[in-house]
Design a protein. Sequence first.
Length: 132
Amino acid sequence: MRKPKFRGFSKETSSWHYGHGWFEIDYTEEYLLEKGIEKQAMLYTEGYPIECELKSMGEYTGLKDKHGTEIFEGDILAINNTRYVVGYREYSGGWQLEIKNEYCAEMVQGNCELLEIIGNIYENPELLEATA
């Protein structure tokens, strides 16, 4: 069994961090407004915990794209001119490809060798505007 792996973006360091677990930080709405920040998560990394943007958090799927790059929840994948978002399907317990929040296909090792990561929904939401 593989260990879970997560990633999150820290505005403090302006970079992605990877770890083995996380939780949502329970800040009050007043505190978030006062500090001018959005909801945060604490990511447990190998060295130390780091605060990340909650909306950036994603889990590693255990799969890789055609270049051997690890695919995470929230990644935007492309094949030909079609773009997909990686999401988790609760009722089937599996990773899926979505177009405009509509389920398209289950992600399995065999169907990833043609897919390429072109961005993620946190940093590149504009990539989905061109999705058919």
